[in-house]
Design a protein around this ligand. Sequence first.
Ligand code: HEC
Ligand code: HEC
Length: 394
Amino acid sequence: MSAKHANLLAWLPLATALLLSGCGGGSGGVTVVDTTPPAPPGSNWQWQLPSYFPTPKVPEDNPMSVEKVDLGRFLFYDRRLSGNGTMACASCHQQALAFTDGRAQAIGSTGEMHPRSAQHLANIAYSPTLTWANKSVTSLEQQFPVPVFGSNPVEMGINDANKLEVLQRIKDLPLYQAKFAAAFPGNADAISWPHITKAVASFQRSLISANSRYDQALQGKTTLSEQEQRGQRLFFGEKAECFHCHGSFNFNDQVVHANTRVLEIPFHNTGLYNIGGTGAFPAPNRGLFELSGEASDMGRFRAPSLRNVAKTAPYMHDGSIPSLEAVLDFYAAGGRNIVSGPHAGDGRQHPNKSALVAQINLSEQDKADIVAFLRTLTDEEFLTSPRHADPFPK
Ligand code: HEC
Ligand code: HEC
């Protein structure tokens, strides 16, 4: 490649550069990268994606690189990154559970209970908004300070009083001195909060789940059982309506990627609550309403991606539905009628409830079939891959 060509390449967007170097589609093609003169930052990163997965959108000031993802993995699993040294991101986002924690509500490093359930992180690179109901958190870099420095509730428990000490813990380790230098070459002061943020975001973007049995069936490598196929037809059909909100390649309806032209960020009320018939949801879990204060936003949440959903119980923003069978009972009823206790009220009658959530005439067999289909979305490779696993020796 001539020097003129290499210069030109530096100006091309990452996706195009990757295509030019022959590694855009993940079909196992051999990559030939001319490294003299130096390649543009991030050009050593290759997405491994099936054809129906678009290339993720990556911020221009934080291109992917093998070194950043590697560093981010160490940081994600490092308990030094919490105020009292007891908790890592991975404490609440565990690989074997698709990066959830199995609890209805998460518990922070100082024992504070989070009002909401920890979310899975599979294919998080494609989410245009982050967390259960917040239009304003739109990048992983922007979301990072919430668990790290947040005090409402305390998660990692880092604050102004211990911030320098925590950073010093990282700076003191030769392991990190080498890894930050590799990930952020040419920076005298490479170990900094902005670089920690970028590396952890890059690691999270690398968490691609695209090898479930469902994917293998799409790619002709296996065949789903009769029951799973019946469930698939129901899921994508107009009787059960699931696909309207969970129908993308990522089984949700908020997706951004490198070539997104029109970005939609819907939120929905599925009729989980309707306290005393007033339309209220329990605070501080009232969905978009928490930030907007608009009555029409009461109870509106982002539809989660259903990839690996068999591993992410309990379900919904507050973990209030224990199993997939119970989720199907909930949808079949067109919402939830709570008959006693402080949250009593008929969610099925919620004035904001999406018209797509209505009583469905699903037989026991239909529900079991849909659950069987949802179980095909489990990606064992993702849940066990050493690339996403704890790098620290036990
Ligand atoms: C105490 C448990 C806990 C810890 C520790 C924790 N998280 Fe979370 N995480 C949660 C909960 C709970 C949510 C849902 C938050 C909400 O909706 O308000 C969440 C949501 C997220 C999301 C949004 C996912 C989505 O689907 O939109 C990302 C990204 C994330 N966490 C990354 C991290 C990173 C990175 C760290 C470490 C720096 C971390 N988390 C530490 C509990 C935790
Ligand atoms: C109107 C849009 C909409 C439709 C239609 C819909 N869902 Fe959902 N789904 C959501 C939203 C929003 C949530 C999160 C609600 C919350 O936490 O309050 C959700 C949550 C879920 C969850 C829990 C996931 C988790 O990680 O907690 C499952 C499972 C699920 N839906 C399956 C289905 C199935 C199966 C169907 C079809 C019978 C369906 N959904 C139809 C919007 C929808």
